[in-house]
Design a protein around this ligand. Structure first.
Ligand code: UDX
Ligand code: UDX
Ligand code: ADP
Length: 460
């Protein structure tokens, strides 16, 4: 088995950053270098002020503080880091394609291919190349083909080692993973990687499969998790019309050990960089094998999620006497879930866009998301001009400013601090009747009604 002394990770993002920090922490004898083409991002990772790290994750700053410039390094010198390492993780983004064949469905593999080509050009010694990003099943075949056709007689082994961490709990998930999955063809390469994880993960939780099972397991895991949310969200709509309460239904079904209690929280719709992208990708792959029933089955998860987001804003508008034109709506939360500053595919973006199209003005507060990010998320949709977005959306750094004179408050993210606000003061500062639309079911209906609010939650 090859002893790994130097690791290179290409991609200093939400996956690469925390994963490598935890590997470095638990393997002080290994030098880990994270590289990225984005020089600003690398500079932020190297910032002395740990509050300036490019991503926010509870517990991450402490580990970076402990390991940075000891055995964890951040650099833009990609070639040097590749050359000096025995193992290379590819942790670059694989967004949904926005052009050409597979537009809106397939994963865009241009960043992955570029990585593989750079490795092929630069490597002068044998390498183990690890797929960390979520990839379509059989991507390793393409990577292999690129690496093996370089003509410089270097041995490359490809492994698939998908990351299952969730944002907001990344460090906890990495330190105590349910399992680590390694797929590959070379026993020796698999063991080299397993050894790194064995520094902190119990041996029986490190599972080995073939390459294709590993690639497909990652897509399947995300599809199953997202499917649970769409399933409970579908039931939430039925609850609203029948007098059932979705929280009670979730609890009742979750206690069946065959179902389990996690991922049964009804919400305004799931977001994040993975669920939608990976299901669209799964659907695309199924269609490419002419498995139309399989594709339709999984596509329904996305259709239901889009419906849930739309239904939330429709309900808000309908309740506000069928018009929000000229009305101020306060949004609490912009991140796709609590404890992260990531906003990719966040329901807040789509709800805001819809409200703006109905001529509302929107005031947003999020504890970790910058106003620039909020504006750029909206501008990315291309629904209206940047100036219009800027004029219609006010982003504030104090939640009490957001709600002042608002007709309604919409809770988009389940940040803990929202629960602790002084809702009496909020009520007093709002227009009457004062409405709350709780897209996360975090507030207590009876308490809010006692204050005077008209309270609407999901599935109640
Ligand atoms: C089901 C529910 O499990 C039970 O809680 C409810 O009260 C009645 O309906 P039942 O239909 O008796 O019970 O059996 P179950 O074990 O759920 O199996 C139903 C079908 O699913 C069977 O044909 C079984 O072979 C199949 N099955 C079950 C699978 O194909 N795969 C599985 O992993 C589990
Ligand atoms: C997900 C997977 O959980 C993780 O294993 C994978 O590696 C990456 O994708 P992430 O997207 O970071 O992680 O967060 P997750 O906790 O899964 O939440 C995704 C979205 O679903 C969020 O918008 C969240 O608010 C929503 N959600 C989650 C619900 O609406 N209800 C739930 O019960 C759980
Ligand atoms: P994820 O959530 O998958 O980690 P991110 O977008 O947060 O996704 O991070 C991916 C990172 O990969 C980005 O910082 C991006 O600049 C970097 N990246 C993309 N392509 C390359 C490449 N060819 N070489 C180096 N870094 C790259």
């Amino acid at each position: 088995m090859k002893q790994i002394k130097n690791i290179c990770c290409i991609g200093a993002g939400y996956v690469g950053g925390p994963t490598m920090a935890v590997i470095a922490k638990n393997n002080p004898h290994i030098t880990v270098t994270i590289v990225d083409i984005n020089a600003d991002r690398i500079a932020a990772w190297n910032d002395k002020d740990l509050t300036k790290l490019p991503i926010y994750e509870p517990g991450l700053a402490d580990i970076v503080k402990e390991t940075r410039n000891k055995n964890l390094f951040f650099s833009t010198d990609i070639n040097k880091a590749i050359d000096q390492s025995e193992m290379i993780f590819m942790s670059v983004n694989t967004p949904t394609k926005t052009y050409g064949k597979g537009k809106g469905m397939a994963a865009d593999l241009k960043y992955i291919e570029l990585c593989a080509r750079t490795i092929a050009d630069v490597a002068t010694t044998d390498k183990i190349v690890v797929e960390k990003s979520t990839l379509p099943v059989r991507t390793a075949e393409a990577i292999k083909s690129i690496l093996h056709n370089t003509g410089n007689h270097i041995n490359f082994h490809i492994l698939s080692n998908p990351e299952f961490l969730a944002e907001g709990t990344a460090i906890k998930d990495l330190l105590n993973p349910d399992r680590v999955l390694i797929g590959g063809e070379s026993e020796e390469a698999i063991e080299s990687l397993a050894k790194i994880y064995e520094s902190w993960v119990p041996k029986n939780q490190i599972i080995r499969t073939n390459l294709w099972s590993s690639e497909l397991s990652k897509l399947t895991a995300n599809a199953f998790l997202a499917q649970r949310i769409s399933s409970i969200n579908a039931i939430s709509e039925l609850c609203e019309l029948t007098g059932a309460n979705v929280n009670e239904v979730s609890k009742a079904i979750g206690m069946d050990s065959r179902i389990g209690s996690k991922f049964l929280k009804a919400s305004v719709g799931f977001g994040g960089s993975c669920f939608q992208k990976d299901i669209l990708n799964l659907v695309y792959i199924a269609r490419s094998y002419h498995l139309n029933e399989v594709a339709d089955y999984w596509e329904q998860v996305i259709i239901m999620n889009d419906h849930q987001k739309r239904r939330f804003s429709d309900r808000l508008i309908k309740t506000l006497y069928n018009t929000v034109s000229g009305k101020k709506i306060a949004l609490l939360g912009w991140a796709f879930k609590k404890d992260t500053n990531d906003t990719r595919e966040s329901a807040a973006i789509y709800v805001t866009d819809h409200l703006l199209s109905e001529q509302a003005t929107v005031s947003v507060y999020d504890p970790k998301v910058s106003s620039e990010k909020m504006q750029s998320d909206l501008n990315y949709l291309n629904t209206r001009t940047e100036d219009e977005n800027f004029n219609l959306v006010q982003t504030v750094s104090n939640p009490y400013d957001a709600v002042k004179n608002a007709h309604a408050v919409a809770i988009m993210t389940e940040w803990d601090e929202f629960i602790t606000y002084d809702w009496e003061i909020i009520y007093k500062s709002m227009k009457k009747p004062a409405f709350i639309f709780d897209g996360r079911n975090i507030l207590e209906k009876s308490k809010m009604e006692a204050i005077g609010f008209e309270y609407h939650a999901i599935g109640q």
